[in-house]
Design a protein around this ligand. Sequence first.
Ligand code: SAM
Length: 213
Amino acid sequence: MRLRRNPHAKERVREHPRVVMEPQRYAGRWRTHFGNNHPLHLELGTGKGRFLSRVCEISPEVNWIGVERVEEVLLQALIKADETECENLCFLWMDVNRLEEAFGEGEVDRIYLHFSDPWPKKRHAKRRLTYRTFLDQYRKVLRPDGEVLLKTDNQALFQFSMEEMEEAGYQIVEVSRDLHHSPYAYGNILTEYEQKFSAKGLPIYYLLARRPH
Ligand SMILES: C[S@@+](CC[C@H](N)C(=O)[O-])C[C@H]1O[C@@H](n2cnc3c(N)ncnc32)[C@H](O)[C@@H]1O
């Protein structure tokens, strides 16, 4: 996602109360940060935050964390989050490849991968958020029956993700190649990218997978 450079974005993100700087301080004890024992759900590559600003209100019984590395984009998500009164939502300004530093083993209940960058060139495959090294990190931070939920408009990324997940021992429990016309559409919250692609009439690919044992 590209946004115009904003010279103040870094400072605004760093000082925002919803951004947890040095998240490794909470690794293994995120529930103390939220002050409750609710399940922990992460959205990786949050973008402008449409999903989280809605789901935090619809599901107050979940602790929500968005992870985004681009400060200008994260700032948009923070502005949206501040339009809510959700106390169950915070953000990490970091690269997903540092997930293991920020979360303890088995601490996370569910990971959402929404319209992750497809990185179509083969030589960039390692950057895809469903490449095996990322899946291995997710396995470590997810609880034993924790889940990864993926949505994308990109058929090649979807195929790649299914293959990587199967190879890594994830159990794929739900699949749709047209989410919005499937039984899984009920309760689905559209992300920014999902709005854009479905407005063009493109099908949305969806899967839910369980962590390998
Ligand atoms: C295509 S956008 C999708 C945004 C949003 N999830 C949606 O569905 O509208 C992907 C987002 O993931 C972020 N991203 C990509 N790779 C990342 C990484 N390794 N760590 C953190 N954020 C990442 C990008 O900066 C971008 O904002």
